[in-house]
Design a protein around this ligand. Structure first.
Ligand code: HEC
Length: 479
């Protein structure tokens, strides 16, 4: 019951700031309590709590508020003013390699960014963070159930999460560890951070995405399922055209270690402390973290997967007077290139045609597997669309375990190496919603239309429903 207790503290701590939202929350609780079985109102409590723990006494900084007043009416076709990228002439099916300079790619990704930055403070200072309300209107919605897991769940300052739900001891040494090295680190820096850097990120959906989220996880906090083309799927999915998602990623790397982070936004987030030997611990404290990457994803029916993913990297060297102006577009990806290594053998491989990389960047390594797109803090053996395509929930309400009852999003033995292996062929395939993951091993898994935040949410709900409590955080063995 620790979480419920903490949640009450969060509510108290923020009540003076966000009276409207808190009132909406507690009235839902009190209205539901008599009519619903007790478990349901507890599910809603956990689903929509703001953070895994409350701010410490005397904390004066920003307090994250989960934006979950999802639209209940279909927002309809997205107009040019809201989705300018949908009105740019673009061909995602040419089947030939494309380059950044020749084509509408820069215009496309900058059109997305122009909407992301609307109403935001251009320097993203700690006190402000990312605004979900602009001029009093809610523009952005968060995914519920991401403040349940004490290891990686949302922290109270900016609502960031530590990428994936795992035990801290798994972070190091797994095929795709959570803490990674960044490019252009000096050797002394590597010695200072032998366990790499942690990435804490916060993602939000626009109105079109929020409309789908609210149906997939309604007020009860329990995922709602339906059947589509013979598949069990969450209600409200697929995300409608017009959906846009953005994710702000921060790193605990310092500018001394990674010079291109100089003068980036510095946020104080409640993240893992480090042991004397620099391993990351369960214990959390408010510590600095810097904006390094901004990811975007949109539903565009012209894409063979219906999705287009894109990413920006922060660069101290870029022209621009503000933090947001120094975000450099790195590339776009609209498919996993199923005819390119390692989906096929090196012999059969054709050049990649479903990613376009901005090569005129210099400082960043942002190649994923075999010329596909990945971000600077992503694993170079994967790619945006390949990893996101593998977003599934376990069948029959089971707790998901990647590689067992849901696809191995974070990798498997031989990823990006064993060309043509069944695992690589499945991981680098295109299979739009609601198709099953191409590996029959995961036949019953529920497709989540590329939303890995929804995968976290479904896993956390299943943990709650099966165990009644979140999985405890475990420290690494030795420090
Ligand atoms: C190896 C896996 C992996 C790769 C590669 C990856 N991501 Fe993600 N991404 C995740 C996970 C896990 C989450 C959800 C957890 C979180 O945000 O804490 C996520 C969340 C997101 C979200 C929020 C929407 C959602 O899915 O719930 C966006 C947008 C996003 N990523 C974009 C990108 C882009 C753009 C790239 C490539 C530049 C990329 N991702 C590469 C694993 C990956």
């Amino acid at each position: 019951m620790k979480n419920r207790f903490n949640k009450k503290l969060v509510t108290l701590a923020v009540s003076s700031l966000t009276i409207g939202a808190v009132a909406a929350c507690s009235s839902a609780e009190t209205e539901q309590a008599p009519a619903q079985p007790a478990e349901q109102s507890i599910a809603a409590d956990f689903a929509f709590q703001n953070a895994v723990s409350a701010p410490p006494p005397g904390y004066q900084g920003p307090v994250f508020q989960l934006s979950h007043d999802y639209p209940t009416e279909d927002p309809g076709q997205c107009p040019q003013s809201e989705c300018p990228w949908l009105y740019i002439d673009v061909d995602f099916t040419s089947g030939v390699p494309v380059n950044w300079e020749e084509g509408p790619w820069n215009d496309y990704i900058m059109a997305i960014m122009s909407v992301v930055v609307r109403g935001q403070d251009p320097n993203m200072p700690n006190e402000v963070g990312f605004r979900t309300k602009i001029d009093g209107e809610t523009m952005w919605y968060h995914v519920p159930w991401m403040a349940y897991d004490p290891t990686a769940g949302r922290e109270f300052a900016h609502g960031t999460t530590n990428e994936r739900t795992a035990h801290l001891s798994d972070f190091i040494g797994s095929p795709m560890p959570n803490a990674t090295m960044l490019q252009s680190m000096s050797p002394s820096c590597q010695a200072q951070f032998p366990h790499g850097f942690e990435s804490w990120a916060v993602g939000m959906y626009n109105k079109w995405g929020g409309y789908a989220l609210g149906q997939a996880i309604p007020d009860t906090g329990e995922p709602a399922l339906t059947t589509l083309e013979g598949q069990t799927v969450p209600k409200g999915l697929p995300f409608p055209e017009g959906t846009m998602v953005t994710k702000f990623l921060t790193t605990n790397a310092t500018p001394e270690c990674v010079p291109y982070l100089a003068n980036s936004a510095v946020w104080l987030v409640n993240r893992h402390e480090v042991a004397p030997d620099r391993q990351y611990l369960c214990q959390r404290a408010l510590q600095e973290t810097r904006l390094t990457q901004v990811d975007v994803a949109v539903v565009d029916e012209r894409s063979p997967t219906r999705w287009v993913y894109g990413t920006f990297g922060y660069s101290a060297e870029a022209d621009g007077d503000t933090v947001l102006a120094r975000l450099v577009p790195l590339g776009l990806q609209w498919g996993s290139d199923p005819n390119t290594f390692p989906a096929v053998t090196a012999q059969d491989s054709q050049p990649a045609t479903e990613s376009v990389l901005n090569l005129d960047v210099g400082i960043y390594e942002h190649w994923g597997c075999a010329s596909r797109l990945a971000g600077p803090v992503d694993n170079p053996q994967s790619s945006c669309v390949s990893c996101h395509g593998s977003a599934f929930a376990a069948a029959d309400g089971a707790i998901s375990v990647m590689g067992t009852n849901v696809p191995p999003s974070f990798g498997f033995t031989g990823i990006c190496e064993a060309g043509g292996s069944p695992e690589n062929a499945a991981y680098f395939a295109n299979y739009p919603f609601p198709q099953a993951y191409p590996d029959p091993k995961y036949a019953g898994a529920i497709p989540l239309d590329t939303s890995l935040q929804l995968e976290v949410a479904f896993t956390q709900y299943a943990t709650f429903a099966n165990n009644g409590k979140p999985t405890a955080c475990t420290n690494p063995d030795q420090f």
